[in-house]
Design a protein around this ligand. Structure first.
Ligand code: HEM
Ligand SMILES: *[C@@H]1O[C@H](CO)[C@@H](O)[C@H](O)[C@H]1NC(C)=O
Length: 328
């Protein structure tokens, strides 16, 4: 049975029922699993700790996974669906998802949870919780997030192509992405601080290295370092990963210090430090870690809670990379 297929009939029925009995759009809740899975947050925390202990770069992957899930159809675990052999390709076929790692770890956590509270916890909530644990396990803020997201029965690789940003976008292009999630300017600059973790592949760097836009100057030494790591205009392999900042496994404000020095890895990072609207905020975050942590925390809640499926608008998948089977 398909994983990515849309069950239009079922969807249509649910919508009809909702309208006719006038159910209001349900909200997420901080105590959503209080009775159905009280140990959820402790379990996810433990799993992320043990995964990160073996692979220090894993927290970066979980944080990016959340953004790439939420950016396509909302935070609904659509990024986890595999090709069903029938209708929709996996979102992973989009080149914008190049470098996305550790999707299968979400299913591993799901398996642990199914043994404790079967059929309760959505894969979308696991992605969100994994990301917030990734932040705190790396030294970042501990963020409370509301839960109760449901999983999609569809995915959309075309939307992955159009809705996921390219590495070189400008501040003009990035602000609408985050204001559409209710973030103000401060929060929009803060959420990019996620780039304090992890790194990028040459394919996302070579454009600005060998064909720079006017005004996108880099620190001279940093540029030479990047050219050593990525020596050709067209990368010969996809194996080289360049760290995002000096401390790629620590969630701190080093990202902002780096971009102020002209050591931003991607065009988007560099434009954040240069644009007059965002530069002043970059300065503040570079000097005040707590201020950054506060703004990041509220931005994170908005990123992970906007455009979610609740109640009957989605399902709790039994397996994260396939939609549930229906007896139609
Ligand atoms: C909106 C503008 C953004 C752009 C243009 C952008 C672009 C990129 C690019 C090109 C990479 C490198 C991928 C690779 O080569 O492997 C990357 C990595 C990363 N991004 Fe973003 N990103 C943006 C926003 C975000 C947001 C909002 C988050 C999370 C809240 C995020 C978290 C990450 C993380 C953690 C990594 C490192 C991943 C790893 O090491 O596996 N990014 N980003
Ligand atoms: C690297 O990955 C990109 C994006 O998936 C792909 O288009 C390209 O062909 C790959 N390059 C090599 C050398 O494998």
């Amino acid at each position: 049975m398909g994983s990515c297929s849309a069950f239009f009939l079922v969807a249509a029925l649910l919508v009809t029922v909702e309208v006719s009995i006038g159910v209001k759009e349900a909200q997420l809740a901080y105590d959503y699993y209080k009775h159905s899975c009280p140990s959820l947050e402790a379990i996810v925390k433990k799993e992320i700790l043990s995964i990160s202990f073996l692979d220090a770069s894993a927290p970066a992957a979980f944080l990016r996974l959340l953004f790439h899930d939420c950016q396509v159809q909302g935070c609904d675990a659509s990024i986890l669906l595999d090709y069903d052999g029938l209708t929709h390709d996996s979102e992973m076929v989009s080149s914008k998802n190049f470098g996305v790692r550790h999707r299968e770890k979400i299913q591993r956590i799901k398996t642990t949870l199914e043994a404790v509270c079967p059929g309760q916890v959505s894969c979308a909530d696991i992605i969100a919780l994994a990301a917030r644990e990734a932040v705190s396990v790396s030294g970042g803020p501990q963020i409370q997030i509301p839960l109760g997201r449901k999983d999609s029965t569809t995915c959309n690789h075309q939307q992955a192509n159009t809705h996921l940003p390219s590495s070189g976008i400008t501040v003009d292009q990035l602000l609408p992405i985050f204001s559409s999630k209710g973030m103000n300017l401060l929060e929009s600059v803060a959420i990019l601080g996620a780039h304090t973790l992890g790194g990028g592949h040459c394919i996302n760097i070579v454009d600005r290295l060998y064909d720079p836009h006017p005004g996108d100057e880099m620190n001279e030494g940093y540029q030479q370092l990047l050219k050593l790591a990525c020596p050709t205009r067209t990368p010969l392999t996809n194996l080289t990963v360049v760290p995002n900042d000096l401390t790629p496994v620590v969630f701190d404000n080093q990202y902002y210090r780096n971009i102020l020095m002209g050591k931003g890895l991607f065009g988007v990072d560099s434009s954040l430090s240069r644009d007059p609207r965002t530069a002043a905020i970059v300065h503040k975050f570079a000097y005040d870690k707590n201020y950054f942590f506060q703004a990041f925390s509220s931005a994170f809640v908005k990123l992970s809670s906007t455009n979610v499926l609740t109640n009957a608008k989605g399902e709790v998948r039994r397996i994260c990379n396939h939609v549930n089977k229906r007896n139609l």
